[in-house]
Design a protein around this ligand. Structure first.
Ligand code: LRH
Ligand code: MN
Ligand code: MN
Length: 389
């Protein structure tokens, strides 16, 4: 067990969890955005906040950007600013959903002029990646239809494939497309990339630099997400995660808060199938907003939730599991998983942090740091991150 524990500790120290720039800003629902004191007013200030999350957790050095929410004049300067704070700029998220032109879609739109505009935005995003050193272009399309007959479902797939191919051709050798799927919303009748199968099929056609990204909030209730994860890892096509939690739909709540057992099951498949190895290149990203809770501590909590699920997954007694499975011992196999899930891994994680020279309690350390009081005093008038920005 000591060997398993030591290996788990090493893997936990090596883990990287990317935080989203939009998680630091004001956000809300379509009913109300509750502004919080001290929220960042610029992408630079979002990085300042992200650096605090990294400072207290030690495992969050990357920050995803969303374009145009994080539009700046000089992306190389933004990357340099990140570097000075011990950070790197992570995935570049495109946005082809907040423009009047996109009423009927973006890359699937029936009008070639709108498709051109959308593809040009995606190509701009690759230019930004060149400047920031980002390796992943994360694509999520709000495209779809609201009514049967509104548009030709198959023709929209053709337009999607053609648009993606143009962007893929523009990628550098070490750059990837991560194609995100979502079951519904904002389209309600037919979404153009509704599920992992559609995303996977497009990725296969595009080539090895295209992979599927699994946003944990983008499935029908009851979907077995860990099956999708195991399948995609086996095929070498799991690009990463957009982690969050949901009770009803795309709730974007703190990962691991609604269903920590599901997160454990996902991380078990990740760990078991090589997804934690650096060379497998799975990006562990958060995609969350903190509408009513304090933002930086919520991001810290989310990072810790991923760490806890990962720790439990790493403690699964794989030999015992394999033996029970081979023997067809259903109850024993299930018990192996449940034993790991029911282990309190918080002492282990406290040890890991102490060995890394960190405070074992990142939430308390942040609260004691005075950062929250400082930004509340210094930053007057926050921008709304995300929707509507
Ligand atoms: C869409 C989504 C996608 C967007 C983000 C802000 O629901 O998950 O990843 O880029 O939210
Ligand atoms: Mn997402
Ligand atoms: Mn989402």
């Amino acid at each position: 067990m000591t060997v398993v524990r030591d290996a788990a500790k090493a893997a936990l120290k090596a883990q990287r969890i990317e935080t989203p720039s939009w998680g630091y800003g004001n956000s809300g629902t379509r009913f109300k955005v509750f502004a919080q004191p001290g929220v960042p007013r610029t992408p630079w200030e979002k990085l300042d906040d992200a650096s605090k999350v990294h400072e207290f957790t030690g495992v969050a050095p990357e920050v995803s950007l969303h374009i145009p929410w994080d539009r700046v004049d000089d992306y190389a300067a933004l990357a340099a600013y990140a570097k000075e704070r011990g950070l790197e700029l992570g995935a570049i998220n495109s946005n082809t959903f907040q423009d009047d032109d996109y009423r009927l879609g973006s890359v699937c739109h029936p009008d070639p002029k709108v498709r051109r505009k959308a593809v040009d935005h995606l190509l701009d995003c690759v230019d930004i990646m060149d400047a920031t050193g980002s390796k992943d272009l994360k694509l999520w399309f709000a495209d779809g239809t609201n009514y049967p007959g509104q548009d030709d479902i198959a023709a929209r797939q053709d337009r999607l494939a053609e648009s993606l191919a143009e962007v893929y051709a523009r990628l550098g050798d070490d750059q990837r497309i991560l194609l995100e799927y979502k079951l519904f919303e904002p389209a309600f009748y037919a979404t153009d990339v509704p599920d992992w199968g559609t995303s996977y099929a497009h990725c296969l056609r595009l080539g090895p630099k295209a992979r599927v990204v699994v946003d944990t909030g983008h499935h029908a209730p009851g979907t077995n997400i860990e099956f999708i994860v195991a399948f995609l890892l086996r095929e070498g096509r799991l690009g990463g995660f957009d982690f969050n939690s949901r009770f009803y739909a795309d709730d974007d709540l703190m990962v691991g808060s609604a269903d920590p057992f599901q997160l454990f099951r996902i991380m078990h498949e990740v760990a078991k199938n090589g997804g934690l190895r650096t060379e497998t290149n799975v990006a562990f990203m958060l995609d969350q907003c903190h509408n009513i809770e304090a933002k930086i501590p919520a991001v810290i909590r989310s990072v810790m939730n991923v760490q806890e699920a990962t720790a439990k997954a790493l403690l699964v007694d794989r030999d015992a599991l394999t033996a029970a499975q081979a023997a067809g011992d259903v109850l024993a196999a299930n018990a192996v998983l449940m034993d790991a899930y029911n282990t309190d891994v918080r002492p282990l994680l406290r040890e890991v942090r102490e060995e890394q020279g960190l405070n074992p309690d990142p939430v308390a350390a942040y609260a004691a740091s005075g950062w929250q009081e400082r930004i509340a005093a210094e930053r007057v008038g926050g921008e709304q991150a995300g929707w509507g920005a």
